[in-house]
Design a protein. Structure first.
Length: 175
């Protein structure tokens, strides 16, 4: 049964890297199970040196946040500067570098709670623009999720992968 209690959100750190990678591994398993291996591939993130280094960088950068319910991590958020494959904004912004929730958790609304936290962080720092990018394949399901969260569809882009081009979309939210 879904749990309507919102998760607690706390600042993350380097001790949370394995937890975030485990959340990503579970998300990848779920994506594969619904036929969306093109979003994150099929391999675990917890064994990928590049992904481990990325999450460690998010943790060291101070923008990592962990959503918990009953002492268990049910989601993670990282905010900071735009990722290298994204064109920079022409105004100050806060960029959602990572948003992940545990689909197996009974807690619902974790992603929305983390995005609300990101909006609060941007507002408290005087930034008027919150941006993110996401996978634009899969009939645009993830793009539509972010639009339901108040974001506006922006430019499309692709990131070259060894075996294909990864389709992405920028989304923006004005505060």
């Amino acid at each position: 049964m879904p749990d309507p209690t919102p998760p607690a959100i706390r600042r993350g750190g380097t001790d949370d890297v394995a937890t975030v990678l485990a959340l990503m591994d579970r998300a990848t398993e779920w994506l594969v199970s619904i036929g969306r291996a093109d979003q994150w591939g099929t391999e675990p993130h917890s064994t990928n040196p590049r992904r481990i280094a990325q999450i460690e960088g998010f943790a060291r950068g101070g923008g990592l946040w962990i959503a918990e319910a009953g002492g268990t991590a049910v989601g993670a958020l990282s905010v900071g500067e735009a990722l290298p494959y994204v064109a920079p904004a022409d105004e100050p912004e806060l960029y959602v570098q990572l948003l992940i929730s545990d689909r197996s958790s009974p807690v619902r609304g974790v992603g929305a709670a983390l995005l609300a936290h990101a909006r609060g962080l941007a507002a408290s720092s005087g930034v008027g623009l919150l941006r993110l990018d996401c996978f634009a394949g899969g009939e645009g399901a993830l793009v539509r999720y972010y639009e339901r969260q108040g974001f506006t569809r922006g430019e499309a882009f692709t990131v070259a992968q060894p075996d294909r081009d990864w389709p992405g979309r920028i989304l923006t939210l004005r505060l």
